[in-house]
Design a protein around this ligand. Structure first.
Ligand code: PMP
Length: 385
């Protein structure tokens, strides 16, 4: 039987999500902008998901904008903020461990003449807030930091960052990439003074290709897309109604009355995995201190074994994991996050990521570690020959 431990890359949609999407796609196929009943029915699904999300994020319905996923949400937030604020300044700040969908827009803006500060992180991957304090300037217009790192699961100090940024100047826009946090912890943008927050449905058992951007009421950003003016003119294009309905079902299921139990289960799986995997010689667990570590990700360095070799050896046994982060593993080169954490090239090359879902089981953890115990000594011998 397959063991899927790559849930930070994507999750299996809940069957209820697929049922809802099929039902909406087949029956309520109207264009939500149409004035007739078919349009109203479709629009109601969007409204419903907005209500679910505003309940979870403790925000207003009108602060939620649907996108094609977090890549779009991140791009929309960053380019939109910069375009809206560029007359005030050209300095923008992010961390050195961001997902490519944040890092690449910052690099592009740097090419276009913006001054970019990439904040350093400590050995556990957490942003150095002191360097943030000394980086802020009168011409800083945007700060973007992720909530949970996708490669290590480190929880960034988003609350402290919000205090510092807004304490320095209320006018600096603050964006948080919440992709790996949503569904794994409470995500309430007001608590950390965020103006903008991104998430993607497929990371929490929703469908792929749909996500949202929270935009705080009163915050003005310039839209990426010009067109029919949907979603208050901020995100033109006919909405992905079945996807949005599916996102709503997934979010509602994840944050229902059993939320705490689900998180406890993830913590139990993680704890069990770490205690068992520690039986293997010469491995390093890349993690942040207890309260700063997300429950669904374990990053380990298996010295003497290339991550891709281990990935494919486990794959042969029906166990699916990731080398570094799946989103960047199609590109050659080393993980930016691990490098920023001071991990050596060799160690980064030997680092793998296991990520659990609420559906993972302790028996699967045991089977995975047993397979590693059998494979790793053989793979190490093979490398040394
Ligand atoms: N940010 C983070 C932290 C992620 O892990 C991902 C997905 N790997 C994204 C953004 C992009 O999400 P999507 O691929 O759904 O657009």
């Amino acid at each position: 039987m397959d063991i899927y431990f790559d849930n930070a890359a994507t999750t299996r949609p809940f069957p209820e999500v697929m049922e809802k999407m099929t039902e909406v796609a087949l029956n309520d196929y109207g264009n939500p902008s149409s004035k007739h009943i078919k349009g109203v029915e479709a629009e109601n699904h969007i409204k419903k998901t907005r209500e679910i999300l505003s309940g979870i994020l403790k925000c207003k319905d009108k602060e939620i904008f649907f996108t094609s996923g977090a890549t779009e949400s991140n791009n929309m937030a960053i380019y939109g903020a910069v375009k809206a604020k560029q007359r005030r300044g050209k300095h923008i700040i992010t961390s050195s461990v961001e997902h490519a969908s944040v890092r690449e827009p910052f690099l592009k803006l740097q090419e276009e003449g913006f001054e970019v500060t990439f904040l350093p992180v400590d050995a556990s991957g957490r942003v150095d807030v002191e360097s943030l304090k000394s980086s802020l300037r009168d011409d800083t217009i945007l700060v973007s930091v992720m909530y949970v790192n996708n490669e290590t699961g480190a929880i960034e100090p988003v609350e402290e960052i919000g205090e510092i940024v807004k304490g320095y100047n209320e006018d600096i826009l603050y964006h948080v990439d919440g992709v790996q946090a949503f569904g794994k912890m409470e995500v309430v943008p007001k608590r950390f003074k965020a103006d903008l927050l991104s998430a993607s449905a497929h990371k929490f058992h929703g469908p792929k290709g749909v996500g949202f951007l929270y935009i705080k009421e009163g915050v003005r950003i310039i839209p990426l897309l010009e067109g029919g003016g949907q979603q208050n003119k901020l995100r033109s294009g006919t909405e992905n109604v079945p996807g949005i309905a599916g996102l709503g079902v997934a979010a509602d299921m994840v944050y229902d009355g059993d939320f705490e139990e689900r998180i406890a289960k993830l913590n139990e799986l993680r704890g069990h995995f770490i205690s068992r995997v520690s039986e293997i010689d010469d491995i390093v667990i890349n993690e942040a201190d207890g309260e700063f570590q997300a429950p669904h990700v374990v990053s380990i360095t298996v010295n003497g074994v290339k991550s891709e070799v281990l990935l494919h050896a486990l794959e042969e046994k029906g166990i699916y994991i990731s080398s570094g982060s799946a989103c960047s593993s199609n590109k050659p080169g080393l993980s930016f996050a691990l490098t920023a954490m001071g991990v050596s090239k060799d160690a980064a090359d030997s680092t793998v990521r296991f990520s659990f879902s609420y559906e993972s089981e302790i028996a699967e953890v045991d089977a995975c570690v047993d397979a590693m115990k059998e494979l790793i000594p053989v793979l190490r011998q093979f490398v040394r020959k």
